[in-house]
Design a binder for this molecule. Structure first.
Ligand code: HEC
Length: 269
């Protein structure tokens, strides 16, 4: 990196660092780069099949090398940015969950190798005038690459959605963590449940107010004024923003104590 702990050594780099700070972080770049490969590889496979079947005429013959080129560029970009995310994953995937990272890594290499084989085949078949010289191998190759891309996308998605690889600063969940610790400290200090619950509900606490309205009057989320059952809360939020392991029943009870002080308005009573 250009910046050390004591700040930029070269003042003229300041504007550049400003630009870099505004840039998406590495995982976002990997997500963006992979899209090219994800689109171009199946497209190339389709064009390749169509041409070999002798259909599509000059348009398909002309389009195929572009799709192939885009596939190879997409694979190279995915690989380069993927190596950067690899570093992030080292400190994100707990214990043996790194197996997912390993499979994702080697599958990426396998897809790249198969794509290069397909490129080689394309080049040779062009030189031979597009004859069906390997009618079995090439379809298998193309299907393998496309299946590989789908599995690869699934594994990459799991690394992010289940294990949180590349979720910058903990994403929205960071507010859940800080909001809950503020609430628990307030309760432990003897603050009344209604006062602590009101604080937790606000935009500065757990942030319920940002969706349910400052007075729980309903915004893009339904009104909660008058109180709600904890099961309603769990049904909607426990596998999302507010896991049970973080927001306890006692935490919700404090919020509900405050909700009960509010006059119910809107559709629900
Ligand atoms: C990001 C927006 C968002 C935030 C933040 C949020 N909610 Fe919700 N909440 C929703 C939406 C949307 C629904 C309705 C979903 C549905 O019913 O399928 C909902 C539903 C609920 C319900 C069920 C309502 C009912 O009538 O069944 C409860 C209870 C609830 N939220 C409590 C909370 C609490 C407490 C907080 C803060 C700790 C909170 N929510 C934060 C969006 C949010």
């Amino acid at each position: 990196m250009i910046v050390g702990p004591r700040g930029p050594p070269l003042p003229f780099l300041d504007p550049l660092l400003g630009i870099l700070a505004a840039m998406p972080h590495l995982s976002e770049l990997h997500g963006a780069a992979t899209h090219l490969a994800v689109v171009a590889i199946p497209l190339f496979a389709i064009l390749h099949f169509v041409r070999r079947a002798g259909r599509g005429g000059a348009a398909v013959v002309g389009a195929e090398p572009w799709a192939l080129g885009a596939s190879l560029v997409g694979i190279a970009a995915s690989g380069a940015t993927g190596l950067l995310v690899w570093g992030e994953a080292q400190t994100t995937l707990r214990g043996q969950h790194f197996r997912v990272g390993n499979v994702h890594f080697w599958l990426g290499i396998a897809i790249a190798a198969l794509a290069v084989l397909a490129a080689g085949d394309w080049w040779r078949s062009r030189r031979r005038g597009g004859v069906h010289h390997r009618p079995v191998v090439v379809p298998i190759l193309a299907v393998l690459v496309v299946v590989g891309v789908a599995v690869q996308g699934y594994l990459g998605g799991r690394m992010t959605y289940e294990h949180g690889v590349g979720v910058f600063d903990g994403g929205q969940l960071a507010q859940t963590a800080t909001g809950v610790s503020k609430l628990d400290v307030a309760l432990a200090k003897g603050t009344s449940r209604t006062a602590a619950g009101r604080m937790a509900f606000s935009a500065e606490g757990l942030g319920c107010a940002r969706c349910h309205g400052d007075l729980a009057e309903g915004l893009r989320a339904p009104p909660l004024a008058g109180g709600r059952d904890v099961m309603d809360f769990r049904r909607v939020h426990q596998h999302g923003l507010f896991p049970k392991a973080v927001v306890s029943d006692a935490d919700f009870a404090a919020i509900d104590a405050w909700l009960k002080t509010l006059a119910p308005r809107g559709r629900r009573g």
